[in-house]
Design a protein around this ligand. Sequence first.
Ligand SMILES: [Fe+2]
Length: 241
Amino acid sequence: MHPFIDIHSHILPGIDDGLNHLAETLETFVELKKLGIGTIFCTPHQKEGSLNPPLLSIDQVFDAVVDEAGSQIRLFKGVENYFDPQFYERVSQRTVPTYGGSPYFLFELPPFTPVARFEDLVFQMNINGYHPILAHIERYEWIKASQLKALHSSMLYQVNITSFVEEVTPKARFKKVIRLMEKGLIDFLATDLHNKEIIPRVGEGMAFIEDHYGAETLHRLFSRNPRKIVKAIKSMEGPTS
Ligand SMILES: [Fe+2]
């Protein structure tokens, strides 16, 4: 079995509301490795007016972490784009920070406020050559499963593994992830890790998914599908690298 691949984490130290110190980041790698996670995409926030670290700072911190981590874990760069004017502009100018320069990127929406003409904006992302991945789809109270289904040919969907831990997830959200799984609306499972304390919950979520849907489902959503992003990044790097 291939190692698991986490496409959503706030694991870079001191850059957003995620981990704070390099030592903590390195310890977290060790703990995630114990769960079988061998590749991590570092996805700090890009949110205008709040968590919006300059892309150059992200690059610098990422490079420093890669140097320190050595070969213990494979790391890739990405961001979590918030759906704001900065993001619209980047979509229209084709300058969205993607996963390692590939056409895939992660984005999030406001949890409670419907986005006007959302379908048109998704269409524009596709026209501009992007493969958008909507982060933690279980959080958006205003999007119905039927709407997610209708847009599934234009977007891929990520769910947080910890949302499958009934004891720590609001009842409605837990029910929602079960429904989303049954309807085949989950493409990626990820940690969305902001702190070390959730690591045991990640393990419990993985165990729940394996028990209820089988090891094959866990591997498809947490290894095989994410590997398509890794392949896309590798193909952008060209045959000589
Ligand atoms: Fe996140």
